[in-house]
Design a protein around this ligand. Structure first.
Ligand SMILES: Nc1ncnc2c1ncn2[C@@H]1O[C@H](COP(=O)(O)OP(=O)(O)OP(=O)(O)O)[C@@H](O)[C@H]1O
Length: 273
């Protein structure tokens, strides 16, 4: 496997504070790579830089070996690197199918002018996008929700729709930020199964920030641990869970002791997030 994303000596300062501090890591093409660490470790800030939502203060970010440091999100998007899209407030009154169909239109900036100029072509493109949306619904096994308003979906169904929206693009690497939060176990299982299928059947690479260690253990190999803005270690979840420095990083920064690294099947003595 070769690295699809490389982060080299990247730092991000907010004023005098180093949110990310000389961070070096890579994500291999075809992997589902986890990113864990205690609250405030710098995970979201790192994601924001990889997705083009924040420019690093220093360091280099590469996609397929090409320097993309500081490029905006739409440039990363066109290289197939994207975060799941939160369903924007204004889309919540639209149906699930319409939300899927909005993605290509939204991204490629389809204009009213071209609709007026080339109505036949636009109608053909729309029919094609509709077919793609149907395929996505079928893949995710949520065809029964196609006419449901996005705003009426449960938390887990919204996450499935967000995943579906990435499938309406030329996604190669999808950054998932805490998808388990607020999702019930059944839908979480559906989400995880779809991530696995997108990875094995469609070749998607995933880079996953997650506090749910069961989900990390199920999906991710390798797992990267961040603490205090930098990478502490990288490896298989079993090694990570048994690493005293990782346990110390979680407990050390957590006076309440509720930030932990145990899975459901985990050993006593380890702790769960
Ligand atoms: N825009 C900002 N301005 C100032 N400080 C920021 C900003 N964004 C993040 N930080 C700080 O940078 C540090 C890292 O934050 P970040 O959200 O990246 O951590 P995280 O590992 O994602 O945490 P969590 O697991 O709680 O989401 C935190 O101390 C946070 O308060």
């Amino acid at each position: 496997m070769s690295a699809i994303i490389e982060v080299e000596s990247v730092s991000k300062r907010f004023g005098g504070f180093h949110a990310v501090d000389d961070c070096t890591l890579s994500v291999e093409e075809g992997s589902v790579t986890g990113l864990i660490g205690p609250n405030g470790a710098g995970k979201s800030t790192l994601f924001n830089m990889v997705a083009g939502n924040l420019a690093p203060t220093s360091g280099t970010i590469r996609v397929d070996g090409e320097d993309v440091t500081g490029l905006p999100a739409h440039s990363l998007f066109s290289r197939g690197v994207l975060r799941t899209f939160q369903i924007a407030h204004e889309f919540s009154h639209m149906s699930v199918t319409e939300n899927l169909m909005m993605v290509p239109e939204h991204q490629h900036g389809e204009s009213l002018f071209s609709a007026w100029l080339r109505p036949g072509r636009v109608a053909r493109e729309e029919a094609e996008i509709h077919r793609e949306a149907d395929e996505v619904l079928d893949f995710l096994k949520i065809t029964h929700l196609r006419n449901e308003r996005a705003g009426n979906l449960s938390g887990g169904q919204k996450k499935l729709l967000e995943l579906g929206r990435t499938m309406m693009t030329n996604a190669r690497v999808v950054l998932l930020d805490e998808i388990a939060a607020g999702v019930n176990r059944t839908l979480l299982n559906d989400l995880a199964a779809n991530i696995e299928r997108l990875n094995t059947e469609r070749g998607y690479t995933f880079f996953v920030i997650e506090h749910d260690m069961d989900l990390i253990a199920r999906l991710c190999d390798p797992v990267i641990v961040m603490a205090a803005g930098t990478v502490m270690t990288k490896g298989h979840i079993t090694d990570i869970q048994n690493n005293p420095a990782v346990i110390e990083a979680y407990f050390g920064g957590s006076p309440t002791g509720n930030a932990t690294v145990e899975t459901e099947a985990g050993d006593a003595g380890h702790v769960s997030a």
